[in-house]
Design a protein around this ligand. Structure first.
Ligand code: SAH
Length: 258
């Protein structure tokens, strides 16, 4: 029997956000591999084993899953959101590229999921309605100087910017430094959206402006479960009586701004 590896996106949290394709891939697996809190989201099934590992061990986890698949099992390796966005899919590809030839012959499927920036955007309107980019603020896998260069380029080019991994206990200052840098290139009134634990218990959404970000940070408990969307000069806020504002970036941009 030849093995199979599915790299499965679980979406932002709520089981209703899991695609039917992901559901099928999980149900068909003999064994699940993943970071413990993500595995906890998958209902237990008879005759299916679980292999939880630490969040920092992505390459080792990918290798273990590939070994098990090469031995003939049906394996699913899970990621929050989409596995291709700052997650397991690239780690699996890195291991396949570096690993034994038999891993290249394996049947591997990548099953997409709803990534955090789409889940956050959907809560507030259409902030990603025009050109946007996504950046991870984690400097675990790249130098901070590169983060700064990309932030500056994105702000100058007029992209709306989705910031993944804004903060962790090991990286306490990076978010503040990123906001300071963006203030040099963007007007104070640019809308900023904080989406915490979207579609999960403890969800918080808040909207502020670039000049007021510090005040909000403590308020929304900015942490590893938060995604931040920094608007562009074109991003607009529609105030609504008794309701959360709508934030959107119009589809048409008439001028080339600095
Ligand atoms: N593969 C994931 C991203 C992994 S990086 C995806 O596609 O969503 C982890 C970062 O994703 C977190 O630090 C946070 O910025 C963001 N994130 C993941 N789930 C989230 C959620 N439910 N609400 C808000 N942000 C989330």
């Amino acid at each position: 029997m030849s093995g199979h590896l599915a790299v499965v996106g679980l979406g932002p949290g709520d089981a209703r956000c899991l695609t039917p394709e992901a559901h099928e891939a999980l149900a068909a697996a003999d064994a699940l591999y993943g970071y413990g809190p993500y595995l906890d989201r998958v209902p237990a099934r008879a005759n299916q084993t679980r292999h939880a590992s630490d969040n920092r061990e992505e390459r080792a986890r990918a290798a273990a899953a590939l070994r098990a698949a090469a031995a003939g099992a049906r394996i699913a390796i899970v990621s929050g959101g989409d596995p291709g966005v700052f997650a397991m899919a690239a780690a699996v590809c890195e291991e396949i590229e570096a690993g034994p030839d038999e891993w290249r012959a394996l049947d591997v499927a990548f099953v997409p999921g709803i990534t955090a920036m789409l889940a956050v955007a959907a809560r507030i309107g259409a902030p990603l309605g025009h050109d946007f980019c996504a950046l991870s603020l984690s400097d675990n896998l790249k130098p901070w100087a590169l983060v700064e260069r990309r932030l500056e380029a994105a702000a100058r080019a007029g992209f709306v910017i989705a910031l993944y991994n804004p903060l962790s206990r090991a990286r306490p200052w990076q978010f503040g430094a990123a906001i300071e840098l963006l203030r040099r290139y963007l007007p104070p009134a640019v809308p900023v959206i904080f989406g915490r634990a979207v579609t999960r218990a403890g969800e918080r959404i808040s909207v502020t402006t670039l000049d007021r970000v510090d005040a909000v940070q403590t308020d929304v408990q900015l942490d590893m479960a938060t995604l931040v969307i920094v608007g562009s000069r074109d991003t607009r806020v529609i105030a609504r009586p008794g309701r959360q504002p709508l934030v959107y970036t119009p589809r048409a941009v008439a001028e080339v701004s600095a």
